[in-house]
Design a protein around this ligand. Sequence first.
Ligand code: MG
Length: 385
Amino acid sequence: MKTNRRNFIKTSAIAAASLAIPSTTIKGIEKLNQTKPFGKMKLSWIPYDLQLKHVFTISGFSRKTTPVVLTKIEYDGLVGYGEASLPPYLGETQASVIEFLKKIDLSPFSDPSHLEEILYYVDHIAENNTAAKASVDIALHDLMGKMIGAPWHKIWGLDKYAVPDTTFTIGIDTDEAVREKTREVLGDFNILKIKVGGEHDKRMIEAIRSVTDLPMAVDVNQGWTDKHEALDMIHWLKEKNIVMVEQPMPKYDFDNIAWLTERSPLPIFADESLQRLRDVEKMKGVFSGINIKLMKCTGMREAWKMRNLAEALGMKVMIGCMTETSCAISAASQLSAGLDFADLDGALLIANDCFTGAKLEKGKIIASDLPGIGVEPTQKLSFGT
Ligand code: MG
């Protein structure tokens, strides 16, 4: 046994030595192992406006642009990219993100791989600002992955192909527009997501069903107020091959949501009801699962912890997104393997994506093989401070 193991170790060492390790990886590992400060991290940013391909309506809001702030952390020739996406209903703006980023002083930190320490500091600069914090977290993860020379799905030990199909969202619209949008995307996706919560829900579902039998998720965005009506609706939805329901009732209405979840034939997911790691435990017994979004939970580090906690509590997990470039979507794609649902269509909804990274393949958003979060900018972006 001992000999076999020794032989195995010897063979593995030879195999590793014969692998073509890129020089950037070696350089990165040297930087990871250094004992003395090698240089300083430099954080910079640029506001950017995402143009949506279609006007987007969820219960209460319509819009055709989403502001974001892109971030960059440079360290000894390596560059990490990040993003804060700022849909108006969440309260952060490009100005508030930039104001937050200006407060960050990375000079006391000599080692970018000390993510826990750096992100603890960033989190305690101010309350909230979760998207601004995520933009730093994502850039640091990108940088550290590049130092190691591996994408995060590999660092986390995940199979990048073992991800759920991404849902593609069809916004609230006229029957004809809904049918047309559905026809446009048939063949590219294996599951759709419909925003409901209005008086025309059944009509919209029927309109889509007249075009396709694909499974669908529904996102109510807190739109239902009566639990009995909600339960009736869920039974009707199940008959229509709807496979999950997101945030059916107001976010703090835990008692009624728990009542609904207990009786519902479909899994019920929390979105607006939770933000961060500290909220996960409260969701147990109220919802069947949670929707983790990097912009709500301050980024990849906390998202990974939330995922692990929810799984340990026996809850289902989905990963969601805002309207985002391929930068933040690629970051989210790194941790989507093995989850129950993925809603990572954010970059597919915009006309001016300025990154390449995770791509749509047979209905799934698959991370690239590049290190870090696996992205490259597709245009010159003038980052500043
Ligand atoms: Mg939602």
